[in-house]
Every structure is written in C-alpha cells, then in structure tokens.
Design a protein around this ligand. Structure first.
Ligand code: NAD
Ligand code: ZN
Length: 341
C-alpha cells in the first residue's frame, strides 16, 4: 500500500508494506536508540545497502530530545566526513524521527532523510507531515523545522516488540483521526473490522490529506489538535510523568467532547461511543482536576495560543470536526468542573 504526500516543497511516498530491499548509493547515517537497535537493527541492515554506513545511537527517551544530542549526532557525521550528498535514516519512534529529521534539515543546510518509524504513534502520526524538532527548557517542540523526508517506510513487523501501553498511545491518535474525519473508519474501529495495516493506511491517508492542504498549520492542520489542547494541560500539570502523550490526548478528547456537548453539538450517545472505543484500546478516559482555575490558566501557556485566544477543536458529530473560538470563560469552567468532582 502506498500513500502520496505532495506539499509545495516535496512529493514523496509512504510505503506500508514489508520493508523492501533498499539500495542507497550514498553515505548513510542511521540514527536510532539502543532499544530499537537491540530489537530490530539487524532486520534493517539485512535489507539495506549503502555506499557507506554509520550508526549513530542516541539515548532512549524524550528527555534527550535536545540540542545537545542534535549536536552529538551532527558531530558524528562531521567526524565521518559526511557531505551534502549524504543521507539520514530515522530508525525509531517519534523522538528519533523528530530528532533525525531536524538533524538532517540543518546538516550542511539540509540533506536527504528517510523515515522508518517503529512505534504505532510514529507510523500514523509523527513520520507523516514533515514536522521535525526538539525540546528546550521553554517547552516541547519549540525548535524545529518543517522538513519533508524522501520517503517513509512503514513495516508493521516492528510493532511485535512494542509495549502494549505504547501501542494504545498510538491508537489514541488513530481514534482522533476517525472522530475528526471519517465516521465509517470509526465504525470499523468499533467493530474491529480492520487489520493493523488497514488501520495505519487509513490514518496515514487522512493525515496526508490534511498535510497536503496545509503543510505549515495555517488552517485545517490545526484540527489534528483535537484532544491536544486539554491533553497538553494534563501533560504539563503531571510533569510529563504520569501519562504517555497518547494517554493524555485520550483524556483530552473526552474533555473536548464534553465541551462539544455543552455547546450543543455532540450527542451524549456519540460521546459515550468515543469513550468506549478509547477504553477498549486500554486508554484512560478520566482525570481529576484539582483546581479548575489553574487548569484554565494553563491553556495560555501553550505556544499555539495566539493573542490569548484559545482555539478548541471539537467533534460536531463522529466524523465531523468543528473549530470553535471565543468560547467564554464561564462555559469552559463549567466543562472543567465536570472533571473536578
Ligand atoms: P518514542 O519515540 O519515545 O518511543 C516510545 C518508546 O518505545 C521508546 O522507549 C522507544 O525506544 C520504544 N520503541 C520504539 N520502537 C519500538 C519497538 N518497535 N519495539 C519496542 N520498543 C520500541 O515515542 P513515540 O510515541 O513514538 O513518539 C513521541 C514523540 O513524537 C514525541 O517527542 C512527540 O513530540 C513526537 N511527535 C511528533 C509529531 C510530528 O508531527 N513530528 C507528531 C506526534 C508526536
Ligand atoms: Zn499527538
């Protein structure tokens, strides 16, 4: 299966299949981490032929998604005399994908890179769309570039070793796409009617459809933030320790659904169906807000909150998104209070 991405800067394919034999007549740097390399590096090396090959291993964890380790990766490439014609392969989850893409985007002002995502989240979300970046002390993903890869190879073989919880976190982004854009897809997820390849393909198609219209998030791409406005606050309030990103987004979707109900869009029944599907995938759907005012204030700590206006992405119904702005504070507080009991 193949999905094409066409943005003003590049056109490339996302292949969803068993990893093919890849021959690259260039110096190649595989950027990975010890976890992924331990399980799967041999599998990749058996399929890959390159003019020269270097493996750059970064420590495993979001806390290492920093400029320090970008510098480290770039230095390894300079040490090995890599040049403008060299290529980076990102081999890992979203952290490795975001870092490798960013490193490729600034090495000698930009060299080619290929994504080989190994987590469900990176297959359905972060490897598609060309956002790359790192964190700093001011926040997550504040430094980065829009930089599209030459290709993305998605092989579900890698998921065999992925911890259940990480898999579920990826499913949160899948359910997000279904609720925003595709009722039939949502129903198929409810019925468990799709193989994992089919699930990934539909998510990737939907994300590609969004990115092809709006690479730089000036419009519809912001719909991908369904569940994220609330989710980011939860991640912040729990210091990124309690929940995986996808888990916080799952709770965030439930909160956004409450807002939608409050505004008279989503029905109680539809909200229940979404919650049930999240729970079936093993995702959390409840969270106790200790202080609603504090929670509300945190909306404004987000870089995406321009001019102190919060933009909420909510489902109007299953399969149909709605962007709402200028919601008055009492309405939001009323919704938050439902989670404070
Ligand atoms: P991750 O990269 O940290 O991977 C999760 C864990 O699974 C890690 O410990 C990793 O080593 C391990 N792992 C990876 N593949 C494995 C496999 N096949 N078997 C066993 N273990 C494996 O996290 P993630 O959820 O993949 O990605 C999260 C990151 O993605 C965040 O930094 C987030 O900011 C970023 N992100 C980026 C975008 C984007 O558009 N660029 C979108 C969403 C998220
Ligand atoms: Zn997300």
């Amino acid at each position: 299966m193949k999905v094409n991405i066409t943005t003003p800067t590049k056109s490339y394919d996302i292949l969803i299949d068993k990893l093919p034999e890849i021959t690259i007549n260039k110096k190649v740097a595989i950027i990975t981490n010890p976890t992924v390399a331990g399980y799967h590096l041999n599998y990749l090396l058996n399929k890959l032929k390159a003019k020269e090959l270097k493996i750059i291993t970064l420590p495993d964890g979001e806390e290492y998604k920093t400029m320090e380790y970008i510098t480290y990766a770039l230095d390894r490439m300079f040490d090995a005399k890599y040049d403008r014609n060299s290529l980076v392969i990102a081999f890992g989850g979203g952290v490795i994908g975001d870092m490798s893409g960013f490193a490729a985007s600034i090495f000698l002002r930009g060299i080619d890179f290929i994504q080989i995502p190994t987590t469900l989240l990176s297959m359905v979300d972060s490897s598609v769309g060309g956002k790359t970046g790192i964190n700093n002390k001011y926040g997550k993903n504040l430094i980065g570039a829009f930089y599209q890869p030459e290709a993305v190879y998605i092989d579900t073989h890698f998921l065999s070793t992925l911890p259940k919880r990480e898999f579920a976190a990826g499913m949160a982004e899948v359910i997000k796409m279904a609720v925003m854009f595709d009722e039939e897809y949502f129903e198929n997820l409810e019925k468990e009617a799709l193989s994992i390849e089919e699930i990934i393909k539909r998510s990737v198609e939907l994300k590609a459809w969004v990115v092809n219209q709006d690479e730089k998030e000036k419009g519809i791409r912001s719909v991908l933030n369904y569940g994220h406005t609330f989710g980011h606050v939860i991640e912040n309030l729990t210091n990124y320790k309690t929940y995986l990103h996808g888990e916080a987004v799952a709770i965030g979707m439930v909160m956004a659904n409450e807002l939608s109900k409050e505004l008279g869009y989503l029905s109680e029944e539809e909200a229940e169906r979404i919650k049930k599907l999240l729970e079936k995938e093993g995702l959390p759907t409840s969270y106790k807000i200790k202080d609603v005012e504090e929670f509300y204030e945190h909306f404004f700590a987000d870089k995406k909150t321009l001019d102190n206006k919060i933009k909420f992405i909510i489902p109007e119904s299953i399969g149909k998104y709605k962007i709402v702005e200028n919601i008055d504070k009492p309405t939001i507080i009323k919704v938050l209070k439902k989670f404070a009991k």
